[in-house]
Write a protein that binds this ligand. Structure first.
Ligand code: ATP
Ligand code: MG
Ligand code: MG
Ligand code: MG
Length: 477
């Protein structure tokens, strides 16, 4: 089943059950507390909070999402993308658990010939929040799942909130058992690779006033009504339905991956490290394309920085695969536009602009790499001349900070020269820089100059005081 068909089926199922189909909102969150939309419910937040009247009490959507915190998982797990699409059904004060749970079960298990996804019942496992007897009871008595396939978990896994103040509530997740070749028996609690999480049903009922971490937050009170917010991962569903190993091998992403292999001469499935790079390229090129299409431009702050980091990571991984030439990003972006354009026609209409932005970023990063490479070569010569085998942390830091040279690239190039890098020294300088940036930001906020910086300049406690550029970036490219 094609990815686009997964989306069509989902929407049609809920439309038949009285839900209004709502188009995806832009990745650029209207919500000031978020940089990028990271879940299907984000555009519905004001309705949950009772701040706005919804156009309908039952709604369904396919929402574009970007999750930057998942970036390091991309290509390494089978299930994490930076850009993905979340299918959702929403009830604003209409049905609650007793409605949402049976709907989910029906859609997943109805045969494909009757408009469902046709999953065998015995492959499905569910989790509920540890004290949510109500949800467990609906799963068991109303739906008929045996108790041993209903597992209970704590706040970290079965309570959902946005990571910022807003609505939240206990949730119930649905997992698909991919079989023993993917890992250990024992349900999702034992192994989340074998048991792939496909759908999260959130019982939105509380208003959170402060969120300090996933498990540490304050509940201010009840929401005006009991609501349902669900999120199903389109790419994960497609992976199961297409019988492939991971989301990067599903129809749309696979076409980018294959083109990347073709352009770099890499062969997918031959070398584990190269495979990770190919998967990263496939994911990141698509993310970058979708972000640019929503009006984001590469920059040194906020979502611009997220985009820059994603594009540069693609270029870096292409380089690791042996692709050094300019123009690779153009080729790959064209594939992303073509594959995603069926669902998002604006990509095709804006193709020229998308290409201009991504080509320019590639050009500037390649220039960075060229300058950085010259500095790097000098540093290597100096290290050798001094009889050393370790590139000093200061050099790695300077390359990173002044020339935008990512540390992994320095590590990789040093290794090619038979040298190591003083990573600890590098990290220390990075941490110091972050501290400086924090102080700068704090001073900016209060409008007061943090005088401790001046003290440190005088006492020398601040370490290096080199000029590090006007545009300060705290993350790592
Ligand atoms: P995981 O535990 O696998 O990281 P999650 O619990 O963080 O997933 P939710 O916040 O519950 O995910 O999001 C709802 C659904 O969206 C998930 O069940 C999954 O199908 C999908 N999803 C979440 N994160 C990603 C991602 N990074 N890439 C692709 N799909 C995702
Ligand atoms: Mg996650
Ligand atoms: Mg999870
Ligand atoms: Mg989840």
């Amino acid at each position: 089943m094609e990815s686009a068909e997964v989306a069509r089926r989902f929407l049609a199922f809920f439309e038949r059950r009285g839900h209004t189909v709502v188009p995806s909102a832009s990745l650029v969150a209207e919500d000031p507390t978020l940089l990028l939309v990271n879940a299907g419910m984000v555009p519905f937040k004001p309705y949950f909070l009772g701040q706005r009247t919804p156009p309908a009490q039952r709604m369904t959507s396919v929402q574009k999402c970007v999750r930057t915190p998942d970036i390091d998982e991309v290509g390494k797990t089978t299930r994490h993308a930076t850009f993905f699409q979340m299918l959702g059904n929403f009830s604003i004060g209409d049905y609650f658990k007793e409605g949402a749970i049976p709907y989910a079960w029906e859609l997943l298990t109805t045969p494909q010939s009757d408009g469902g996804f046709g999953f065998p019942e015995d492959k499905l496992w569910v989790t509920v929040y540890e004290d949510d007897d109500e949800a467990a009871d609906i799963w068991h008595t109303k739906v008929g799942i045996p108790l041993e396939r209903i597992q209970r978990r704590g706040l970290a896994d079965n309570y959902w909130h946005m990571g910022v103040p807003g609505p939240g509530g206990p949730c119930s997740e649905i997992y698909y058992d991919r079989g023993p070749e993917y890992g250990r028996e024992g349900g999702p609690v034992a192994d989340e690779d074998r048991y792939l999480e496909v759908w999260n049903l959130v019982f939105m009922q509380s208003q959170l006033s402060a969120v300090r971490s996933k498990v540490d937050f304050d509940v201010e009170g009840d929401l005006p009504a009991k609501n349902i917010d669900t999120g199903m991962g389109l790419e994960r569903m497609a992976a199961i339905l297409q019988g492939v190993d991971n989301i990067y091998e599903t129809d749309t992403l696979r076409r980018i991956l294959d083109r990347a292999a073709e352009l770099t001469g890499a062969v997918y499935g031959r070398d584990a490290r190269a495979d990770v790079s190919l998967r990263v390229v496939a994911d990141h090129v698509r993310s970058g394309t979708m972000m640019v299409a929503d009006g984001i431009r590469p920059g040194n702050e906020g979502r611009g920085y997220v985009l820059r980091r994603i594009l540069r990571r693609s270029i870096r991984n292409l380089r690791l695969l042996g692709g050094q030439d300019a123009g690779l990003m153009h080729e790959l972006t064209a594939v992303a536009i073509a594959t995603m354009g069926e669902q998002y026609p604006e990509l095709v209409n804006d193709a020229a602009t998308i290409h201009t932005v991504i080509d320019a970023e590639e050009e500037s990063f390649l220039a960075t790499l060229r300058t950085g490479t010259a500095i790097f070569d000098t540093a290597v010569q100096e290290t050798r001349r001094a009889g050393g085998t370790t590139l000093p942390g200061e050099q790695a830091f300077k390359l990173h900070d002044t020339y935008g040279f990512p540390i992994d690239l320095t590590l990789e190039m040093a290794a090619e020269q038979g040298l190591t890098v003083d990573e600890e020294g590098f990290r220390r300088l990075m941490a110091e820089q972050r501290e400086r940036a924090k102080r700068d930001a704090a001073a900016k906020k209060t409008g007061n100059l943090d005088v401790s910086v001046l003290d440190e300049l005088l006492t020398g406690a601040g370490g290096r005081v080199d000029f590090v550029g006007y545009e300060h970036v705290t993350g790592e490219a």
